[in-house]
Design a protein around this ligand. Structure first.
Ligand code: CMP
Length: 238
């Protein structure tokens, strides 16, 4: 990982959601217990079923949390970005890692050992309550995904995913549309629970309906995206 001075590390730590309410003195203390790690794109950071002795905070980059089904298909449970954390579940319940965590880009992380996690983090009221909030949010998202998988077609799931990505990572253009960088189609398929071919078809339909423009790794979500989505729904389901 590139050498960083204490000040810039502190700035990065302040951007981690669970530390929002923590004073600088305590952040410095936490920092002194963390180890900096850099993983290149594609590297496995955490493997399912392994023993877990530490948790990670994302300072830069993006990771995917995934499982592999019995027939070898990858299922992406979530993607996490700068300011998020992972690896806390094994520390909290003592069970093996619940999923794989793999770098989607080069990532800079801070690693915190089990002991320091329990002493520095869980014992702090503000951090513990922030962690509970994040875990509740993840459960809500998982519930939404189960509902989506059972009740929505791939097109609607893809539309929902694009809207979420645009909100999270997008930049608004003058005409009100939003541009964001997309993941490879195979990764998108693993996120929306479909095949690459079906995702390609759904994306083509979105282009034909004037909902998106694709350009290399970028997707532009047009301003009328939601309106067109409702129109399609009426057309299909009355
Ligand atoms: P742990 O089980 O220690 O290792 C894998 C990590 O992936 C886990 O801790 C969580 O931090 C993260 N994780 C597992 N399931 C989800 C999920 N559904 N959404 C977001 N993150 C998850």
């Amino acid at each position: 990982m590139r050498a960083m001075n204490l000040k810039s590390k502190l700035e990065l730590l302040k951007g981690v959601y669970i530390f929002a309410e923590v004073n600088e003195k305590h952040l410095e203390d936490i920092l002194s217990h963390c180890h900096e790690r850099r993983y290149p794109k594609g590297e496995i950071i955490v493997s399912e079923n392994e023993k877990g002795d530490s948790m990670f905070l994302i300072l830069e980059g993006e990771v995917k949390v995934s499982l592999v089904s019995e027939d070898g298909k990858e299922i992406i449970l979530s993607t996490l970005i700068k300011g998020d954390f992972f690896g806390e579940m094994s520390l909290l319940d003592g069970e093996p890692r619940s999923a794989n965590v793999i770098a989607l880009s080069d990532v800079d992380l801070l690693e915190l050992s089990r002991e320091d996690f329990l002493v520095e983090i869980v014992s702090n009221r503000h951090i513990a309550s922030a962690i509970l909030k994040v875990l509740s949010k993840r459960l809500r998202e998982a519930n939404d995904r189960i509902l989506g998988l059972m009740s929505k077609d791939v097109f609607d799931r893809l539309a929902e995913y694009f809207q979420k990505e645009a909100k999270l990572k997008g930049r608004e253009l003058i005409d009100g549309s939003v541009v964001f960088e997309r993941l490879p189609q195979s990764e998108i398929a693993a996120i929306v629970g479909s095949s690459r071919e079906t995702v390609t078809r759904a994306m083509k339909e979105m282009v034909d309906r004037g909902m998106i423009i694709t350009s290399g790794k970028q997707i532009i979500l047009k301003k009328n995206f939601q309106k067109r989505l409702i129109e399609r729904h009426k057309e299909k389901y009355g």
